[in-house]
Design a protein around this ligand. Sequence first.
Ligand SMILES: [Zn+2]
Length: 434
Amino acid sequence: MNQDCFLDPQLETLDRPSLVGLQQSKLKRMLDLLWNRNSFYRCKWERAGWKSAPRAEDFRRLPFTTKQELLDDASCNPPYGSNLTFPLQDYIRLHHTSGTTGKPLVVLDTAESWANWKRCWAMIFRAAGVSRQDRIYVAFSFGPFVGFWAAFEAAPEIGCLALSGGGQSSEQRLKAIFEHRATVLVCTPSYALYLAQLAHEQGIDPAQSPIRLTIHAGEPGASIPSTKERIQEAWGARCHDHAGASEVGPWGFECHRQPGGIHVDELDFICECRDPKALETVAPAKSGELILSNLNRPGFPVIRYRTGDLVCFHQEGRCACGRCFQLLQGGVLGRVDDMMIIRGVNVYPSAIESVLRSFREVAEFEGLLSQHKGMQQLDLRVELQPGSQERGAALKERIQQELRARLSLRIDVELAESGSLPRYELKSRRFRAK
Ligand SMILES: [Zn+2]
């Protein structure tokens, strides 16, 4: 296939020095603008000792921004906080974060900033190989959570038909995909698996659907090899990961060459990988916290924002897709504060998902965390695909053995009733306190 349809040859193929030069000029504009018009950042930088607008060269000395700071600012400056660069009447979109980790944060966008969301999503689609012949089905509730709103609105930017899955049951969504011959499915990875399971229960093979590409966000699943393989097999489609956050923007995507991770959209974001405790730069190939600054969202900027996402920077170089954008090996590996210490072993939820999803019989799972004699304890509940129950006991034993072999951990697995565990259309909460 002609590579030109996958990227903008003017911007997306820039070499590293040109890309960094472009970032620096955008950053300069942003820092000047925020110093003059954004009281949140002006105060923050004044407190850190700046007496005039920070220069682009000062960037790595600027203080980090945390979500808690944005939440505290919203409480002190109701209703929307002081991280607004323009008068309120200039804002045209209001969304809030999913609230999976606490109180939701309201984020506002101007027409310019929202246009940038759509441009970023157009790149995500192009990078996955979506063309104007495609029909995009967005299985999303279209509530106040920003989720896939920008994806839906970006479809016209590449000239294709977008179908909303808002206000529909899973059965209706499945029917709509076949009826309208949708070729691209946009949803969370676990919802794609759930829809596929539902199709099978209704005697329909989802692999026979017109879906040829799937694009996922909200959970790290689409970059976990066993989950990716499950989705690809179930839908007979190529599965792509994407990453974004309400307070940052849609910052990452997996290109059509699928290099084993996601690219950071460095035309729109500056990325850093830092040790989550010492906040020092982490060497390539070592994991650390992703720090992002958005360059094209002046309406709701974040500068050196601690995403809480655990990532691993791959050595720089040009990807086979033609881009020099930073590659995050394995996508988002988990949340920095999701790390569990089970019997002295550091373990992330994604590592457990990777083992569980390698069993075709596993339909869904959840992890229950508790404290036992001052130690963290994890119990897993696993729901099997219909028809697998009769082999339950043997399967349970095999899953426990595999967890022991891959993670050096003895974890108890309990079988759950078919259909008893929750399915997630938005951000999942598979690991929680008992
Ligand atoms: Zn690539």
